[in-house]
Design a protein around this ligand. Structure first.
Ligand code: DAK
Length: 270
């Protein structure tokens, strides 16, 4: 029989063929690692990614996840070699979107730390994260139109919600890449930093969030994401119920008591 500690070590020590994972304090880092093809997202990599993220979502030691790639590429898109000979029916039967959906439903905050290419599915994967920190070398784009298709993992929807119709239309119909600076100006990226400090910035943001109540962080993430799905009235109702719900947590008692006692709060996620 394994002890709780051994179980945790097994979870965080899982080895993958196309990813590297490590946990530092309360932050898990998942690094896409298929550099020979600029981290092209094949089914195997995506399956491993969903598995790693779900494991960290369950791991109580972890409060924030950073998703990153290499210096040359976060990911240059879905694997074109894998898709080239597919048919409508085989794509439907393979249903890769089910794997992507697992990532969409991760409850902990995910910070994308992006350097180099974030194209096609790479850009869509970044947009599925909750915050994006980009290095000055990051290059985004939805170039699917150049290979006879359109974005298939949320690009037409998420990019348009951020950029608005006119700019999104230009990016998606022309397939032209756009820089980290442009992405930041248009609201897709939280900030742009020199490549040497990219991971430091991501870790600093993760550490800041990791200090908060995990329950409050989880409900806050859920409430913000509801704006994509609900009317304002429904969203406000959801927010209010989530707010009331937190008053049944020890973290709410601890947070407010700590404020009144003028000391830092110690949140336990209970
Ligand atoms: N797939 C497969 N291999 C790729 C790749 C990709 N997306 N991107 C790059 N590679 C490979 C190259 O083929 C090359 O391999 P070798 O020839 O050395 O064997 C290696 O990576 C290095 O690339 P390059 O030699 O091309 O490097 P360059 O610096 O010259 O150019 C580049 C870098 C990023 C500009 C270029 O590689 C490029 O244009 N790549 C393709 C970008 C692209 O079109 N991306 C969009 C792909 S379509 C869905 C989910 C997701 C999606 C759809 C559906 N469902 C779940 C339903 C998403 C679709 C896409 O992303």
């Amino acid at each position: 029989m394994t002890t709780k500690l051994e179980e945790k070590e097994m979870t965080t020590a899982t080895t993958y063929k196309n990813l590297r994972t490590e946990v530092t304090g309360a932050t898990a880092v998942v690094t896409l690692n298929r550099p020979q093809v600029l981290n092209a997202l094949n089914t195997e990599l995506m399956t491993e990614l969903a598995d790693a993220l779900q494991n960290f979502d369950r791991d109580e030691q972890v409060r924030v996840i950073i998703l990153t790639g290499g210096e040359r590429a976060f990911a240059a898109g879905a694997d074109i070699k894998e898709m080239a000979d597919e048919s409508t029916v085989s794509m439907m039967l393979r249903d890769n979107l089910a794997i992507w959906d697992k990532i969409r439903f991760i409850k902990k905050p995910i910070i994308a730390a992006i350097s180099g290419f974030a194209l096609g599915g790479g850009c869509e994967l970044a947009m599925m994260c909750d915050m994006i920190i980009a290095s000055e070398t990051a290059q985004f784009g939805q170039p699917e139109i150049n290979i006879g298709v359109i974005p298939g993992a949320g690009g037409t929807q998420r990019l348009t919600r951020v950029f608005g119709k006119y700019r999104a239309m230009e990016i998606i119909l022309s397939g032209r890449p756009f820089s980290a600076k442009e992405a930041c100006e248009l609201g897709l990226v939280n900030r742009v930093v020199p490549v040497e400090v990219l991971m430091d910035e991501a870790h600093a943001l993760a550490a800041e969030i990791a200090k908060k109540s995990p329950l409050a962080v989880r409900l806050a993430k859920e409430a913000v994401l509801k704006t994509y799905e609900m009317t304002l009235n429904e969203g406000l109702q959801f927010e209010r119920k989530s707010f009331y719900m937190l008053f049944d947590s020890k973290d709410q008692k601890e947070g407010m008591k700590a404020f009144l006692e003028k000391r830092p709060a110690n949140f336990t996620g209970r």
